[in-house]
Each structure stands twice: as C-alpha cells, then as structure tokens.
Design a protein around this ligand. Structure first.
Ligand SMILES: [Zn+2]
Length: 373
C-alpha cells in the first residue's frame, strides 16, 4: 500500500503529538509538503548541509528530525548563506522536513525512557511537569443488548484505562429506563405517546479528555437510541500528567565512578564531563534529560536524584550544581542520536502493521560538532 506523507505523520503524531512539545517549540512540518506519496523516509538528529546532501543522494522524500531546522525565524532566503541554502536545496529536491523535538522527550515512553533502559534503569517518574489533562467520567444508560458492544468499542480507544496496569475498567448496574417518544421521534424501542420501560445498564467509565471527541463518536455509533442518555463529569481526583526528563533507580547502589564508566560505555563516549563535590559517593537514583536539560536540575534535586545526566551544562551553572551538592554527568548533546535507531524501529513496526510500501533509513552522517582530542 502506497503511503502519503500526511498519513505517515498522522500515525507519528498519534504516538508523539505536537501538543506535548514545550511552549514555543516549533515542532511539526518545517519544509515542503506532506500532501504526496512518500517512498523513502530518513531519520536524523540534526538537519545539516551534509545531511541534506545525504538525503538528496539517497532519494529521500521526507526527513524526520529531532532538532527543528528552522528554530529561529529567518528574515531572508538567500542561497549564499549555508543555512538558507540548505532550505532552498531541500525545496529544490522536493524533500519535506518534519520535526518532533521536545514532544519526543515528553511523550511516554520517549527518548529519556530509552536512555534509562540502556542504562538498565526502569523509569518511574518525570523530572518537571509540563502538561496536565483532566480525566472525565462517562455515565451512559444503554439497553442491555448493547452493553458489551459499547464496553468493547470504548475499551479499544483507551476508555477505562487507569494507571499503567489496568485497562477496560468500567462499572455496570442494571435498572429500568423510562421514556415517552413524542413529536417526530423514531424510537429504536417503543411507540409514540406511550411510556416505554426498558431494562438498561448504567455503565460508568473514566477517560482522558484527550480522547473525548473519539468517545463521543463511538458512543453515538454504538448506542442504538436516537437520543442516547449520558452524563460527563470532570474528575477532581485524577489527572493525566506529562513531564520532561525521567527518574529511575538502579537495582543496587553503585559507586559514582563505576556509574560514570557505565554511562561512558553505554553511550560509546570518548569522554564526558563530571560535575560533583566529591567522587567518593554511592548513587542509586538517577535523573536524565537528554539534550540541554540544565534548567531542570533543581527539580532533579527535589525528586531526590543522586545524579543527573544532561548535556550542554554551562560553566556557571556547574558551579551552582556543586554548591547544591548535585552530581551531574554531562555526556554531551549528541547522545540523543539514539532516537534515530529507536524511531526507525517504530516506523518499521507501523509499516508491518499497515502494509506500507515505504522504506525507512537512518542518516549515517555524524552531526556531532565536538571531538575529544
Ligand atoms: Zn536536543
């Protein structure tokens, strides 16, 4: 089955929605059009001139990038400047570029969960809350003949999911529903001007406000009545929260310097920067925010992290971290290249599920600007 850029991105955004990006983060389509068939998609961390050259050589239709290529607004589109020439080359070669940036860090599971997996740590919390959505309760009255159909259809779209370990949760109570069809009613059960009594189930479900539109569509599709009776309440005791960065615990406490070695090996690093008031300590709770996460370091302390892994730590912030007695490992920003492999694995899974005729490739260009000498 051929695939359009639009359908591919629709699938990608159902996993990693743009609304999960940090405020002001320019995620989404940056260059070109999705409104055409795509045959080859390339995943990259950065869009650099060498990456564009690779995409042209490999006949790529769409680039998916972690870092948005147009991060600051451009004022001119002249081709004497390397950055704007790159945009022109992409347009000339009909290559679209789509960016999934901080939404990739926030979505669960996302990049920071994969980092912790690589370090054999199971994440249990985020570092800084970024989004909070309401949970709602749907109470619907349905003839018993349709109860199971409704429960099954709603469970399929995630209604009744509570926490990570329970899905398809609902409560059902049987009773008598009464109604009198009047005026132009065409009732599924009963006759006009006569009060009808029907054995009905009252079913209660919880669902995230994020899927309310789909819930309403399914409810009206499955419920046989012209005017289904239902109520929706916003819940005070349950929220759907998302956050950036992750925290997890090593199975056993570890000497800091052994853990530093482990980070170096796991991410295949020639070197890293360590910020600590002492090297002689044992650690167990690890926080991580790939890329530049220094602005979240105080939240890592609040969540009792023994060590915080993040890139691009600024000299004076490192002084503050030492004063605050937080040990920080700066492995550089480039460890984020892990997203290339992880995303292409996911793309191939969607390809198998949907029978798409498309190939997904990982950019082989090294875009790390730093070298250790
Ligand atoms: Zn980054």
């Amino acid at each position: 089955m051929s695939l359009t850029g639009y359908d591919f991105i629709k699938r990608l955004e159902s996993y990693c929605p743009p609304f999960l990006a940090e405020k002001g983060d320019p995620v989404g389509l940056h260059i070109g059009s999705l409104n055409r068939p795509i045959k080859r998609v390339m995943m990259t961390l950065d869009v650099r001139p060498e990456v564009v050259k690779e995409a042209i050589e490999k006949d790529v239709d769409l680039i998916v990038a972690k870092h948005p290529p147009i991060f600051r607004p451009i004022k001119r589109l002249v081709t004497d400047d390397f950055q704007t020439k790159m945009y022109a080359d992409l347009l000339k070669n009909d290559i679209a570029v789509y960016a999934a940036h901080t939404n990739m860090d926030i979505v669960n599971p996302g990049l920071n969960d994969w980092f912790l997996d690589m370090l054999e740590i199971k994440s249990f919390d985020f570092i800084t809350k970024t989004h909070s959505f309401d949970y709602k309760k749907l109470v619907v009255y349905v003839p018993r003949s349709h109860s199971q159909l409704l429960r099954d259809a709603l469970a399929k779209i995630g209604v009744g999911q509570i926490g990570e370990n329970y899905e398809a949760c609902s409560f059902t109570q049987t009773g008598i529903g009464r109604f009198k069809p009047i005026n132009n009613a065409k009732p599924y059960i009963g006759e006009k001007e006569i009060i009808e009594e029907v054995e009905e189930d009252r079913i209660e479900f919880v669902f995230s406000e994020l899927i309310e539109k789909e819930v309403m569509t399914i409810l009206h599709q499955i419920h046989p009545y012209e005017e289904p009776a239902f109520d929706i309440f916003t819940l005070d005791n349950l929220k759907q929260e998302f956050g950036i960065g992750r925290i997890g615990k090593l199975n056993e406490p570890m000497e800091l310097m052994d853990f530093v070695k482990k980070v170096k090996q796991t991410f295949h690093l020639d070197g890293l920067r360590l910020v600590t008031d002492t090297k002689n300590k044992t650690i167990q709770t690890v926080a991580i925010c790939g890329g530049s996460g220094e602005k979240f370091y105080k939240d890592a302390i609040k969540k009792q992290a023994d060590v915080y892994i993040t890139g691009d730590v600024y000299y004076h912030t490192a002084h503050d971290m030492i004063e605050d007695k937080l040990t920080v490992i700066d492995p550089g920003h480039y460890i984020e290249e892990v997203c290339k492999v992880k995303f292409v694995e996911m793309f191939n899974q969607w390809k198998a599920e949907n029978g798409w005729d498309v190939s997904f490739i990982i950019s082989e260009t090294n875009t790390n600007p730093f070298e250790f000498i």
